[in-house]
Design a protein around this ligand. Structure first.
Ligand code: PGA
Length: 224
């Protein structure tokens, strides 16, 4: 099972000093970009939380895929719901293309709001975000219903399983490929034993619960 920790902007410098040496092996950890160098050269993988749709250039405050790759980063989240209000699907598509061009693996986050038609929204995101991409072998999809992020609420296992099947069918019908699909949204040590029973889930994208090493370790241990 794939375990991704999205540290968002939760941790300050003092918090990461101990944290960075106690992350379980095999986890993909996505810290604030500023702290990436502290996370390198451990037995886990490092991702950034976003990349620019541009190469090097006059883009104040942004981080390019080239920069991330050269620093030793291997993954990037793209399209997290906490960023989607600032970017279009066309821009997300350009970011994915840039990441792949620079040999970063992409974790593409998709998900619906409570008041949206789930299938319409997911299909729209998948077809637009992945437009023109012929090889999906370096792409992982993270299904994160927005109403579950940071709320303590999770869908039922049956709902998640159906949604992952739906995502797989869109990918199969339009790209003739199979992708790994993670679930994210309020995953923690209390619900992981239930969530891990979902047949078609390839792993989990974990926000808040991943910011505590012991908590993260309990989740990873449960998945072993
Ligand atoms: P959460 O966040 O686990 O804190 O709900 C998940 C995410 O936003 O990736």
């Amino acid at each position: 099972m794939i375990v991704v920790g999205n540290l968002k902007m939760y941790m300050a410098y003092n918090d990461i000093l101990k944290y960075k040496d106690n992350i379980p092996d095999d986890v993909i950890v996505c810290p604030s970009s500023l702290f990436v160098p502290y996370f390198l050269n451990h037995n886990y993988q490092v991702g950034v939380q976003d990349v620019s749709m541009y190469d090097l250039g006059s883009h104040t405050g942004e981080i390019s895929a080239i920069q991330a790759k050269q620093m030793g980063v291997s993954y990037t989240l793209i399209g997290h719901s906490e960023r989607r209000d600032k970017e279009t699907d066309e821009e997300i598509n350009k970011k994915i293309l840039k990441a792949l061009e620079n040999n970063l693996k992409v974790i593409l986050c998709i998900g619906e709001n409570k008041d949206e038609d789930k299938e319409d929204k997911l299909k729209y995101q998948l077809l637009n975000d992945l437009k023109g991409i012929n090889d999906l072998s370096n792409i992982i999809i993270a299904y994160e219903p927005i109403w579950c992020i940071g709320t303590g609420i999770t869908p039922t296992n049956a709902q998640i399983e159906d949604t992952i099947n739906f995502i797989q069918s869109i990918i199969q019908n339009n790209f003739n490929e199979c992708v790994k699909v993670l679930y994210g949204g309020s995953v923690d040590k209390n619900n992981i034993d239930t969530l891990k029973k979902i047949d078609n889930v390839a792993g989990f994208l974990i926000g808040k619960a991943s910011t505590d090493c012991d908590h993260l370790k309990e989740i990873v241990d449960s998945l072993r």
